[in-house]
Design a protein around this ligand. Structure first.
Ligand SMILES: C[S@@+](CC[C@H](N)C(=O)[O-])C[C@H]1O[C@@H](n2cnc3c(N)ncnc32)[C@H](O)[C@@H]1O
Length: 191
């Protein structure tokens, strides 16, 4: 698990190249100085984020009044909000392993995004993809795959979809690679 701020330099370099207007994060988290809202403020991008835990959403509303924030499930947020967002957008999909809602909505998030929005000029990064429990997934190497729930039972990671199936969600418009534990989609040249 890493915070988006750890990749600030790379995102700052990409922003003018792709002409980002917005930053959409799913999963506000607890450290507001290291999350997507902080990155968006520094880069002067319109910020959007969501969380399904009320305290996290409320705190973010106080610190980042300029941001558009949803107290909702990430899939719902992407479905309802992203069709109305104009211009090239940087997405950081990081709403998972929470105590409320879905444990791992990432595959549904990608399916939803590509259904409701023309993403062809967007860059989309998905964090923590070591949890795609596919032997062909390089992010699993040296990482714990899965999660111990609060009740002590184990979630083994996403055993339903391979990494190739995730990549296929955007394969018409994007190239993909895995850097550390992040699955990164970038628009195909000429798209
Ligand atoms: C890893 S933290 C996000 C960290 C933040 N993006 C950063 O880079 O610092 C994940 C957050 O997602 C939230 N979350 C988990 N599952 C979610 C879901 N299905 N919908 C919305 N938020 C969710 C959790 O409550 C938690 O605050």
């Amino acid at each position: 698990m890493s915070a988006i701020m750890d990749s600030f330099a790379e995102i700052a370099e990409m922003a003018p190249y792709y002409n980002f207007k917005n930053l959409v994060e799913t999963g506000i988290g607890t450290d507001l100085l290291k999350g997507g809202l902080a990155v968006a403020r520094i880069l002067e991008l319109q910020a959007y984020s969501c969380d399904n835990i009320p305290d996290r959403w409320m705190q973010a509303r106080e610190v980042y009044p300029e941001a558009i924030l949803g107290l909702m499930e990430s899939v719902e947020f992407l479905r309802d909000v992203t069709p109305r967002i104009h211009g090239p957008t940087f997405f950081f999909l990081d709403a998972h392993l929470g105590t409320a809602g879905d444990l791992w909505p990432l595959y549904d998030e990608l399916q939803t995004l590509t259904t409701v929005r023309d993403c062809s000029r967007d860059v989309i990064w998905c964090d923590d993809i070591q949890h795609i429990a596919d032997p062909a997934n390089p992010a699993c190497k040296g990482q714990r795959v899965g999660y111990t729930r609060a009740d002590g039972t184990i979630w083994p990671g996403d055993t339903k979809h391979t990494l190739a199936e995730y990549i296929a969600c955007l394969s018409e418009t994007h190239d993909a690679d895995v850097v550390s534990t992040v699955l990164r989609f970038r628009p195909k040249v000429g798209e």
